[in-house]
Design a binder for this molecule. Structure first.
Ligand SMILES: *Cc1c(COP(=O)(O)O)cnc(C)c1O
Length: 408
């Protein structure tokens, strides 16, 4: 762990373009010629490394991006997909067959929750949702049919932290695959180094960072990624959530600055979280000592990248939350939008947006209150200025009183 630095691993990779370009050439082809018919046959059989067949299977640009993301996560290899959901659904379908069972954290991305709860039962695959911060509850939910343990490193939207080393121990004991969605914490946490078998990202978020595309990746062993891409029974190959090569090349270029961006996102989010907490707002951020998993998270992170860019603030009611978000947008402090990882701060009320797939009673049970605002804190140059302007909005709406807070 000590010598593992995800950003250095990305930087150590070197690719050149066809004419010595400093960026790799973009593969602009769906199909590839073979000099010999035998090589074509071997490629179909998966026995000809380095040969391309058809771009739904793989393409040079997608392989470059996959290699860089595998280097970042410290896995043998990776498969990029057209979206984060394309990575999650194909990984689950590759590992689970009819009759199988999944144990999943209950605080996960709404789309993942809906897929497990509403879609997989059609295929005879069932899921038990648990509070994954309670390890004994996780273990008690495992049956003889369980194949997968699923969680998010930092959960959406409640920012609960998964104890990945402990979950990995449980997974190994029961012969399960531990899948960790690391979309909220790239670079900060390296789940494979902590024992995860498969690490998933929605590239749409911090990794691409420009809110101009959706994309995803599954990082894992060569054996698992080969299985995903197998022409006979690979979920990624047969269901077809293939990323376009031009997009892969574009995401790869954005990946080059991820370490700089994550440090700034973390710096800004910590600043706002500390100030808002001091102002008396119910603030959740893994970098705050008040966060229930703060100490655990400290043992899991690669410290130079900080505690990430996501935080939540509870302003008491959905009406106040909506008024505040509209006013902050009006003052150009960010956008009222779902998603995360943009240069601009994005805010939304998860109960009525990204987690609306989760029934109200279940939202309540997991502590998702309707005054909760999720912030993806942007790359603001002067975060103190942003804080003052946000506080002005809160004072105007009666969420905070106009007491001056002492400097920390
Ligand atoms: C956005 C998101 C996804 C889904 O990714 P898409 O790229 O939108 O398909 C999955 N997990 C988490 C944690 C996310 O934030």
């Amino acid at each position: 762990m000590k010598n593992f630095n995800p950003a250095d691993n990305i930087q150590d990779l070197q690719y050149f373009g066809e004419f010595g370009g400093v960026n790799p050439s973009i593969s602009d082809s769906s199909t590839y010629t073979f000099l010999s018919a035998k090589t074509m046959f071997d490629t179909f059989e998966g026995n000809a490394d380095g040969c391309y067949l058809y771009s739904r299977h793989s393409s040079p640009s997608n392989l470059y991006l996959g290699q860089a993301l595998a280097a970042m996560e410290g896995t043998e290899t990776a498969n990029v997909t057209a979206s984060g959901m394309g990575a999650i659904t194909t990984a689950l379908l590759q590992l689970c067959h009819s009759g199988d069972h999944i144990v999943s954290s209950r605080t996960i991305y709404g789309g993942t929750y809906a897929f497990m709860k509403n879609f997989l039962p059609r295929l005879g695959i069932t899921t038990t949702f648990v509070d994954s911060t309670k390890l004994e509850v996780v273990e008690a939910a495992i049956t003889s049919n369980t194949k997968v343990l699923f969680c998010e490193t930092v959960s959406n939207p409640l920012l609960e932290v998964a104890d990945i080393p402990a979950l990995s121990k449980i997974a190994k004991k029961h012969n399960l695959q531990l899948i960790v969605d690391n979309s909220f914490s790239p670079l900060s946490v390296s789940p494979a180094k902590l024992g995860a078998d498969v690490v998933i990202h929605s590239l749409t978020k911090f990794i691409n960072g420009s809110s101009d595309t959706v994309g995803g990746v599954a990082c894992g062993t060569q054996k698992f990624i080969d299985a995903l891409r197998n022409v006979n029974d690979g979920a990624a190959m047969l269901l077809g959530p293939t990323m376009d090569s031009l997009r892969a090349a574009s995401i790869m270029k954005n990946l080059r600055t991820l370490h700089i961006r994550i440090k700034q996102h973390s710096h800004n989010a910590l600043y706002l979280a500390q100030r808002f907490e001091k102002d008396g707002l119910k603030t959740v951020y893994p970098g705050l000592a008040s966060h229930p998993s703060h100490e655990l998270y400290k043992t899991m992170i690669n410290p130079e990248y900080g505690f990430g860019g996501m935080m939540t603030v509870d302003v008491g009611s959905i009406d106040k939350a909506n008024d505040l978000m509209e006013l902050m947008q009006h003052r150009n402090l960010g956008y009222l939008a779902v998603s995360l990882g943009f240069y601009k701060t994005l805010f939304s009320a998860p109960g009525t947006s990204t987690s609306s797939e989760i029934p109200l009673e279940e939202q309540k049970a997991m502590g998702l209150t309707d005054g909760l605002i999720r912030f993806s804190v942007g790359l603001d140059n002067d975060i103190e200025r942003t804080y003052r302007m946000m506080k002005d909005c809160m004072v105007e709406l009666g969420i905070l009183t106009n007491k001056l807070t002492n400097a920390l």
